[in-house]
Design a binder for this molecule. Structure first.
Ligand SMILES: [Cu+2]
Length: 486
């Protein structure tokens, strides 16, 4: 790839990732305006995201049925396999999928269940099965890069669901080829419910009013997706949005309250979500579960790996259509049908988590400096080494980590920071109380250039865990470390 194109992609990545977060602050408005200007500058660039034309119905991943189920014991089988998919113009792409040609089924678990998942690798290359956001032992169950399953091999993992209701996801994590395998189609959702979440007055009819949206961007060359054609070590960005594996999908729903469970499953793109009519919606949950209070907002930023559950009251919309946008780009057209339902009054109180105030004033136990530019993708100055243990921590002990995104001579860009096997609380952002969208449990957080974020981290289980940038190309290039919990 020529230097000019690399530069454009780098700038575009910076633009996309200089995200305005959550609540409507003056800063976020300024950043959004800046982002908008930059987007205009690159409007003619082939890698700018195009409008979704809404040409076919949006579909939802199937729910995976257990192979056996006996009281609290459930067993599932998941197969990573090769496939082919026609995304457009009758042209076939070679893809990967779980139990199918592209993406994977939604796995629905309940807190307290004892789960066995048989994992089969039917690909021609090694893979792993990583459960992003799941608080499991850092051994084979977590599915980090040490737990490779070779081509043709099968293994079974066991864990007990020991966390509150949340929208998690799963994807491969083999060293050096995570970006390619996710791009080809390996990703799926994992929902955790508990007795509390099942009794909340929220839409919970899967595929009807409780709707998963897996957002991914792809570049089609001659109608095909092929990672090797478009891969960029800085950030592989696409010009076409794909939702739940569909190009140009349209959602049709009744004029009622809907719950959208949104996963940013993109390799590198951060989305700036809003509606075309600038209507308010309520943020219900983030990566690790429900916020204490549902929070009204008009814009929400979602970086790679992050999830958000939002409640959208369509009963108040006067028009017969509305569009979910990424900034100024049409992400998902929504057709509204039927009679207007009277919106029920649901409680805004969703959770009761409290943060130990002492942690906010504590000197950090660990500091991690992220540096990621064209020639350097490192954490604390070092590239990933699977033989090096970067940190240790005791099981069940809460520590304060400070994550900093340093600006180097080459500049900087925003990086989503992810830790395996834990859900952390955000203590502060540049010394200030975190905004509303960062007040729930998180496993991935976007760190802007020059920003310092403090988080409270504890591991429920023992083992070796990864922490890394969730721009998949950065992770593959070594922007990753490991922590031993004992
Ligand atoms: Cu990064």
């Amino acid at each position: 790839m020529c230097t000019r194109m690399k530069k454009i992609l780098y700038l575009l990545a910076c633009t996309s990732l200089l995200a305005a977060c959550g609540a409507e602050t003056q800063d976020s408005q300024n950043e959004a305006a800046h982002s908008h200007d930059m987007a205009k500058m690159y409007k003619n660039d082939q890698y700018a995201l195009k409008d979704n034309e809404g040409l076919q119905p949006l579909t939802f991943p199937k729910v995976l049925q257990p192979t056996t189920s006996d009281g609290e014991n459930v067993a599932y089988t998941l197969i990573a396999q090769k496939g082919t998919m026609i995304f457009m113009d009758g042209i076939k792409s070679e893809t990967y999928g779980y139990n199918g040609d592209f993406l994977g089924p939604t796995i629905r678990l309940k807190k307290g269940q004892h789960v066995a998942i048989t994992l089969k690798n039917d690909l021609d290359e090694p893979t792993t099965f990583h459960w992003h956001g799941l608080e499991v032992a850092g051994d084979v169950a977590d599915g980090g890069p040490h737990h490779t399953i070779k081509a043709g091999q099968t293994t079974t993992i066991h864990f007990t669901v020991n966390q509150d209701a949340a929208t998690l996801w799963y994807h491969p994590h083999p060293m050096g080829s995570t970006a390619k395998q996710v791009y080809k189609g390996l990703a799926g959702l994992m929902y955790i419910e508990d007795s509390y979440s099942e009794n909340l007055d929220l839409p919970n009819n899967y595929g009807k009013n409780d709707l998963p949206l897996i957002l991914q961007d792809r570049t089609f060359i001659d109608g095909k997706i092929q990672y090797e054609d478009v891969a960029n070590t800085m950030s592989t960005l696409g010009d076409t949005v794909m939702i739940n594996g569909k190009v140009n999908p349209k959602l049709t729903v009744a004029k009622e309250k809907i719950r959208l469970r949104i996963l940013n499953g993109s390799n590198a793109l951060t989305y700036q979500l809003q509606f075309n009519n600038h209507m308010k919606f309520q943020l219900l949950a983030t990566d690790g579960g429900f916020l204490n209070t549902a929070t009204q907002m008009k814009k929400l930023s979602l970086s790679p790996g992050e999830r958000a559950e939002i409640l959208v009251d369509l009963s108040a919309v006067k028009n017969s259509t509305i569009t979910l946008m990424n900034g100024d780009t049409k992400l998902l057209p929504i057709d509204l049908t039927g009679e207007q339902h009277v919106a029920s009054t649901s409680s805004n109180q969703l959770n009761d988590r409290i943060i130990d105030e002492n942690l906010r004033h504590k000197t950090p136990d660990k500091t991690i400096t992220m540096e990621g530019t064209m020639n350097k993708l490192v954490l604390n100055g070092q590239s990933f080494d699977d033989k090096r243990i970067d940190f240790k921590q005791k099981q069940g002990v809460t520590e304060v980590w400070e994550i900093e995104n340093a600006i180097s001579d080459e500049g900087a860009m925003a990086h989503p920071f992810h830790i395996h096997g834990t859900q952390f609380a955000v203590l502060s952002v540049d010394g200030q109380e975190p905004p509303a969208n960062l007040q729930g449990l998180k496993d991935t957080i976007l760190v802007q250039p020059n920003q310092k974020i403090r988080i409270a981290v504890h591991f429920k289980e023992k083992g070796l865990y990864m922490f890394h940038c969730h721009i998949l190309e950065h992770e593959d290039a070594g922007m990753m470390g490991q922590i031993k919990v004992d």
